[in-house]
Design a protein around this ligand. Structure first.
Ligand SMILES: Nc1ncnc2c1ncn2[C@@H]1O[C@H](COP(=O)(O)OP(=O)(O)OP(=O)(O)O)[C@@H](O)[C@H]1O
Ligand SMILES: O=P(O)(O)OC[C@H]1O[C@H](OP(=O)(O)OP(=O)(O)O)[C@H](O)[C@@H]1O
Length: 208
């Protein structure tokens, strides 16, 4: 059997993903999220896990540095990587939305400015609706942008809606449902077919 290199997104879904792998019988006994170590092997040595920034996971997989990746759909869409998306792991469920102070902001006839951690997703969404927008890339606390006049609206992730509510913002448009997905490098899918299919099937049956 081939060893599979798995790129796993750091952050809020890491622990639940490791738990899912454990439930599937793929144990990483030496894994600790607080450790500074970036490479781990499953106890049976079949999976080499590399622990990387979420937005980098699609890049590692597209370039073949990892055979498979586990990452949020938000980052897959933003990275626009040419990979196969094989499985919805149903973790980290949330939604991409357009949000702002009121419906009126979208009626502005001038070019809108949209702040987002996901400028590619934002641009594409407005383009599909026939509007060209200016985007401002931020790396966090995006909800601040419409409050201080940096942008007319934002494209961001919503889960509970608490962050929007506490900042006086409303959902103006829903874009897409997000959850954690399994992605596969196109060449690896052919060259490591047996191992990758076995890995996917193991996860699939754990999710059922
Ligand atoms: N509020 C949320 N509720 C549920 N899932 C979320 C939420 N925010 C993000 N996610 C999902 O969890 C994944 C990891 O989110 P997290 O914020 O830890 O990573 P990140 O985007 O790399 O953030 P940062 O760069 O701020 O560390 C996201 O890709 C998304 O799929
Ligand atoms: O609907 P809610 O449950 O309130 O969650 C949504 C918030 O979670 C994410 O931010 P994150 O916590 O990653 O912080 P950040 O602003 O530093 O990116 C997202 O960008 C929203 O701000």
């Amino acid at each position: 059997m081939d060893t599979i290199t798995l790129a796993l997104a750091k952050g809020r879904t890491a622990e639940s993903t490791i738990q899912l792998l454990t439930n599937a019988g793929i144990q990483f006994t030496d894994f600790h999220e607080k450790s500074r170590k970036l490479v781990f092997y499953s106890d049976d040595q079949r999976i080499k896990l590399i622990f990387v920034k979420a937005l980098d996971v699609p890049t590692y997989v597209e370039k073949g540095a990892a055979d498979v990746g586990i990452v949020g759909k938000d980052n897959i869409l933003e990275a626009q990587a040419d990979v196969y998306e094989m499985l919805d792991l149903k973790l980290g469920k949330c939604q991409f939305v357009v949000a702002g102070k009121s419906e009126q902001v979208l009626n502005n006839t001038q070019k809108l400015t949209i702040a987002s951690k996901f400028p590619t997703v934002a641009k594409k969404h407005f383009q599909q609706n026939g509007r060209s927008v200016e985007t401002v890339k931020l790396n966090g606390s995006v909800e601040l942008a419409p409050l201080i006049g940096l942008a007319d609206a934002i494209v961001d992730i919503v889960e509970t809606g608490n962050t929007l509510k506490e900042n006086g913002l409303f959902i103006l448009e829903e874009i897409e449902d997000i959850s954690t997905r399994l992605i596969v490098n196109k060449a690896s899918f052919a060259t490591k077919s047996t191992s990758i299919h076995q890995f996917i099937n193991t996860l699939k049956s754990t999710l059922e």
